[in-house]
Design a protein around this ligand. Structure first.
Ligand code: FES
Length: 499
């Protein structure tokens, strides 16, 4: 698996692995920015809190982020306005600003060294036909009272290529892993917090007035549950697979001689997003491209090469780090944060950050902690996961969610043995079942089921990472069938078939 730039800063300390039954007031599933910010906001409330991370702490979605903390998020405000109204767009804007304030406060209160620095944010386009959208976004920003600029001088842009841009100040970048390491250090000092890693929750059962969650063959008895694991592993309640779709992108980081204090993103597909980063030792140029729906662009090797080559063209160097990222997207551009359904008053989720995970994960941590404490929060309604589907986003729901899933399913049904596998991997039928086989350099067969345990999509072989990947909702498995990324929580191991 390729490593992200932040991975070098991951906590060397290992945490306990759950190996006994426990009882707690609050169970937090997922130890990324959402789970840890929720826990941080619960300090001082006297709850007992158990945090379970499926992988190692800080190795999940947060570690794949580009680490931007900005309220200028491509052309987000008009997108939200087009589906809802100005007030909803305003609340979303205020939530992003509050999230940035909260990160600053946490850093200051705990003296966290996480390379936090100011970085102007730019949305730009290289396409003339996008200009009317920029005019509309400027009108939205005027109404929101946001000060913005329409020019920016940098040698990174060829000015002739830029057809329009919006720039705002008072936005930031940071190292998300160092930041969360700081929060983990705070949590470790509190006796009422228990942290476990390599402890994947696979099932939740409701009892009279409590829940039992299961991980590593152990039971966790709890009154309230916060599901903050990027993408919930269950379908009911919440029906998240029917409200979201996944986008995948390729990111790289290249050592450069100096940094610049701005970050940028294009408003149009294919999305390009970049920023600079400086840590104690080096300066980096971080570059994201090839963003697409998970079911599109399934030629992993070609995507990877394109990502490397694009960065090489800009910096003249081969990137030092290359990694992939998956984002959960919603059809109405607003994350799903809050009670998982109206019937489940004590199960809370947070997902669907639409590529803006650092601010949305932070504000989710505040909203979820307030919900656990039965406190008011002005953002509860706007992010409510059970909000009604509005006629204006039905079109998005059909084209994004339904069409993506059908496409992913049928593509793999037809294309069992794509030529890019280069005969290292193939899919066959054995006793009526689809089986994936990878042949390693020593000519050993690694045999797995080709069906994703989550919602039964067919898996594709990822030649770059040597994994079996699900094009529907992003589960991933190693060549021996061990699940390495959810929502599936089950392996795909099987006995070797007779061929
Ligand atoms: Fe949902 Fe595979 S079917 S992740």
């Amino acid at each position: 698996m390729k490593k992200s730039l932040w991975q070098k800063d991951i906590d060397k300390n290992k945490y306990k692995i759950l190996n006994k039954n426990v009882s707690t007031d609050v169970l937090i599933i997922g130890g990324g920015i959402t789970g840890l910010t929720t826990a941080y906001n619960l300090i001082g409330n006297n709850h007992s809190v158990v945090i379970l991370e499926a992988d190692r702490f800080l190795c999940g979605a947060t570690c794949k982020s580009t680490g931007k903390l900005t309220y200028l998020q491509d052309l987000k405000y008009q997108d939200i306005y087009n589906v809802y109204d100005f007030n909803t767009a305003k609340l979303y804007y205020e939530a992003q600003k509050d999230a940035i304030k909260l990160v600053k406060k946490i850093i200051k209160e705990n003296n966290i060294h996480c390379d936090f620095s100011r970085s102007d944010s730019i949305t730009y386009t290289t396409k003339k036909e996008e200009i009317p959208k920029f005019d509309k976004e400027r009108k939205m920003l005027d109404k929101l009272g946001v000060k913005y600029y329409t020019t920016y001088t940098t040698t990174d842009f060829k000015n002739d290529d830029i057809k329009d841009l919006i720039m705002v100040k008072n936005t930031y970048v940071f190292n998300p892993v160092k930041y969360l390491k700081g929060i983990l250090d705070v949590l470790k000092k509190h006796n009422n917090f228990e942290l476990y890693e390599k402890s994947r929750v696979c099932k939740i059962k409701k009892e009279a007035d409590y829940y039992i969650a299961y991980a590593n063959d152990c039971e966790i008895k709890t009154k309230k549950i916060v599901v903050s694991c990027h993408y919930p592993f269950f379908t009911i309640p919440g029906f998240i697979p029917f409200k979201t779709y996944i986008e995948k992108s390729y990111i790289n980081a290249t050592e450069v001689s100096k940094t610049k204090s701005y970050n940028a993103i294009t408003s149009n597909y294919p999305v390009i997003s970049f920023r600079y980063h400086k840590d104690n030792d080096n300066c980096y140029f971080i570059y994201l491209n090839n963003s697409s729906k998970l079911c599109d662009k399934l030629n992993y090797k070609r995507n990877y090469d394109e990502c490397l080559n694009a960065a090489k063209l800009i910096t003249g160097k081969t990137p030092n780090y290359v990694w992939t990222n998956m984002d959960v997207m919603t059809n109405d551009f607003i994350p799903l944060i809050g009670k998982v359904s109206d019937d489940e008053k004590n199960v809370f989720i947070a997902t669907g950050y639409n590529t803006w995970g650092m601010t949305n994960g932070t504000i989710a941590g505040k909203i979820l902690a307030d919900l656990v404490n039965c406190k008011k929060n002005k953002y509860i309604n706007v992010f409510n996961p059970s909000r009604n589907i509005n006629a204006k986003n039905i079109k998005n729901l059909i084209s994004n969610t339904l069409f993506s899933n059908v496409k992913a399913y049928t593509f793999n049904l037809i294309k069992k043995n794509p030529t890019w596998y280069k005969n290292k991997a193939r899919v066959i039928k054995s006793n009526g079942k689809r089986v994936g086989i990878y042949i390693d350099n020593e000519k050993n067969n690694h045999v797995v089921s080709n069906i994703c345990p989550h919602l039964k999509c067919f898996l594709t072989f990822n030649e770059v990472d040597k994994t079996w990947d699900c094009p529907c909702h992003g589960s991933r498995f190693d060549i021996d069938g061990n699940v390495i990324k959810g929502p599936s929580c089950y392996n795909i191991k099987i006995d070797e078939p007779k061929i």
